[in-house]
Design a protein around this ligand. Structure first.
Ligand SMILES: Cc1cc2nc3c(=O)[nH]c(=O)nc-3n(C[C@H](O)[C@H](O)[C@H](O)COP(=O)(O)O)c2cc1C
Length: 493
């Protein structure tokens, strides 16, 4: 292997060591308010001061600007609570929100995946500075719940982290589930295939009980990441409040609910407490989903809200279903989960990327640092481990570590120059994926490995053209873009 490539490999290995190091990030302040002020200081929080309608307008603006800064709608029609959206809509915002670069954010998330830190009781929890109990609750009037897309079946709470305790196992689970407003104190809860919330509800139903739940809107970001992590690395047996503590490097401060026996993160902006009712079902949807299509209306269980609590001057967090925030929230956690899944299989995976085109969820690019002939083929083994751990993955592209896997063009270059479909395409039919993928049969479809890595012994044949280092001179100022264009032939350029 050429020296430059060897050095790159060494750098990658060193970077990898940092990515997975246990404690490089210390104790983190992951409070939602802290996150908003970090974004503000980084110039990544744009304020909208004019009055915006909760009915389609706010969500439309979020969609239009979802490659940019977070949006704080200071004035929402008919409401006195501001709305914030696009908080985690780009990888850059996600990193700035935590005050960490990509590698350190990954290290914090890996710590959450590996480490349990029990929550600690908080006194005077801000989340309960204001309390409304049964009889005083009218969700649609009290909260600026958005209608997101014209085809949606109504107004949906979209950024609520639902905390439940499985009545059979006692394990606390945190997960995002959209809630459709059905009545003043009733919402429909959307629960997809295989969710741990669904299992806890099944157990409650079997035991003839309702399931106590706390919906946390605008909550601790370590909990938001624990709730976004799915698959083998966050199994049903894992207490996600402890995982959030692991990510923070300190206990998550919690308080008992005011109307339900459930722990609530003390710093949450707005909490809906209640029970998911065994056997009660309404029609939910349609709703514009993360895949960019609408999920149809269908039956869903209901939650009866027994208390609403909020901190003083709360802010309401909203996430567009078919927007970047929904998918970006999973980018870093799933990349870390993929690395953790392949690590026991082989050390040659130097980095992974969940690219935006695959909705940060369906496609994975894996960079391989092959050092010996015996490393040949290990990338495909690692890909199978990743498929096993993350069921929604449907395509994995393997590249060598001289490809910038975070640059989709460079990955396409590897496919163009190092991939031969007859020998490098591995097709795996009849595998379980996500049921929203419309080419699948209710989630069962084909997964594929595209192996654009070259055998170890052939790497010299694929060495990319090295150019000499520039001699250091700046471009001549007179050599402007206009000059180049006219030299290239004006409008024909
Ligand atoms: C913003 C957002 C909204 C989500 N909405 C839903 C939803 O409405 N229903 C659902 O089943 N999963 C939804 N999910 C996915 C689950 O919350 C997520 O997969 C979670 O990891 C599942 O938790 P579990 O592994 O504890 O079951 C959403 C995820 C995000 C990030």
């Amino acid at each position: 292997m050429a020296r430059a490539a060897r050095e790159r490999s060494e750098q990658e290995r060193e970077r990898q060591r940092l990515v997975t190091a246990a404690e490089p990030v210390g104790v983190l302040d992951t409070g939602f308010r802290t996150v908003l002020s970090r974004l503000d200081r980084a110039g990544l929080l744009a304020r909208v001061s004019r009055t915006v309608d909760f009915d389609l307008e706010a969500a439309a603006m979020m969609k239009h600007h979802d490659a940019g800064a977070a949006l704080l709608f200071e004035s929402v029609k008919d409401h006195d609570i501001p709305v914030v959206g696009n908080v985690f809509a780009t990888p850059a915002s996600s990193e700035a929100a935590m005050g960490l670069d990509r590698d350190r954010l990954r290290a914090a998330l890996a710590r959450g995946i590996r480490t349990d830190v029990e929550p600690a009781a908080a006194s005077d929890p801000p989340a309960q500075q204001n309390v409304w109990r049964s009889g005083e609750i009218d969700l649609g009037a009290q909260l600026p719940v958005l209608k997101h897309a014209p085809g949606d079946g109504g107004r949906f709470v979209t950024a609520g982290v639902l905390i439940v305790r499985d009545p059979l196992t006692g394990v606390r689970n945190a997960s995002f589930h959209r809630l459709q407003l059905i009545g003043p104190d009733t919402v429909a809860v959307k629960i997809d295939h295989g969710r741990h919330l669904g299992r806890a509800l099944d157990h409650a139903v079997e035991m003839g009980q309702d399931l106590p739940v706390a919906v946390c809107i605008g909550t601790d970001v370590a909990l938001i990441y624990a709730a976004s992590t799915m698959g083998a690395l966050m199994p049903e047996s894992r207490d996600e409040l402890c995982a959030a503590g692991g990510c923070r490097g300190a206990p998550l401060p919690v308080a008992p609910g005011v109307s339900q026996d459930i722990d609530v993160p003390a710093d949450t902006e707005i909490v809906l407490e209640g029970v998911i009712r065994a056997g009660a079902s309404v029609t939910e949807g349609p709703f514009g989903e993360f895949v960019g299509y609408a999920s149809p209306a269908g039956p869903a269980p209901t939650m009866h809200v027994t208390a609403v609590t909020a901190r003083d001057e709360p802010v309401y967090h909203a996430i567009n279903g078919a927007g970047r925030e929904t998918i970006v929230l999973r980018k870093h956690v799933l990349e870390v989960a993929a690395l953790e899944a392949v690590r026991p299989v082989t050390q040659i995976v130097s980095d992974v990327c969940m690219p935006p085109g695959g909705l940060h969820r369906f496609h994975l690019v894996m960079a391989l640092s092959k050092r010996y002939e015996r490393d040949n083929g290990m990338g495909r083994n690692a890909a199978l481990a990743a498929f096993g751990a993350l069921k929604d993955l449907n395509m994995i592209v393997l590249v060598d570590d001289d490809i910038d896997l975070h640059d989709p063009d460079d990955v396409a270059y590897a496919l163009a120059t190092r991939f031969d479909a007859a020998s490098d395409l591995v097709v795996l039919p009849g595998m379980r994926g996500h049921e929203y993928v419309r080419t699948s049969r209710a989630g069962v479809g084909t997964k594929a490995i595209l192996d654009a890595s070259v055998p170890f012994e052939s790497r010299a044949d694929f060495e990319r053209i090295p150019f000499a280092a520039p001699s250091g001179g700046e471009l001549d100022a007179a050599y402007s873009g206009t000059t180049v264009l006219s030299w290239l032939g004006g409008e024909h350029a």
